[in-house]
Design a protein around this ligand. Structure first.
Ligand SMILES: [Zn+2]
Length: 180
């Protein structure tokens, strides 16, 4: 029998025990926090996601509930080199193990390599996709090669050095504050 799974209302245990898959894409404007990161740009950009449930033996009578999740989006950002707009590819692939309670999750998440989450019959997979994409954002978004960066290599290197020598504005501020 074929199930239809709803990414916003997923019964994790049923999904995992069926070894089920869910795959889809939603527009960026379904994800408020990501859209905010993009300052409202790229509302139509698709967020692709794919999840697979599975169970693994627990050594006892019960089974562990697992979910493998991957997602990607091209997120509009401001290039920190040329200050022009750039669509930054953001993606992640992670495994999650689901446990019965918040207490167990808190204890086991410390030691486990995988992320440990609390099992739910009404799990919002899209929220997890958004959480993980936000965490996968580059700290300094930039073009691989900025458009209009046609300067000769030497000039480019001078520019890079000049950038590095610029004092950190926070350090400068500290110095100013120290003055009587
Ligand atoms: Zn750039």
């Amino acid at each position: 029998m074929k199930h239809d799974y709803d990414a916003r209302h997923l019964n994790i245990e049923t999904f995992a025990k069926a070894d089920a898959n869910i795959e889809g894409s939603k527009r960026l404007d379904h994800f408020d926090r990501l859209l905010e990161e993009a300052q409202g740009a790229g509302a139509q950009n698709p967020v692709h996601f794919s999840a697979k449930g599975s169970t693994r033996p627990n050594g006892g009578t019960s089974e562990q509930i697992w979910l493998a999740l991957t997602a990607e989006v091209a997120l509009p950002q401001t290039c920190q080199r040329c200050l022009g707009p750039v669509d930054v590819p953001v993606s992640f692939t992670r495994e999650f193990r689901f446990v019965a309670s918040e207490e167990v999750a808190a204890i086991e998440d410390e030691d486990a390599e995988e992320d440990v989450l609390v099992i739910s019959r009404d799990f919002n997979l899209l929220e997890l996709v958004e959480d993980e994409l936000l965490m996968a954002l580059p700290v300094v978004p930039k073009h691989e090669v900025c458009p209009g960066a046609m300067k000769p290599q030497v000039a480019d290197r001078d520019f890079a050095e000049a950038e590095q020598e610029k004092p950190n504005p926070f350090a400068v501020l500290k110095q100013l504050k120290k003055r009587p």
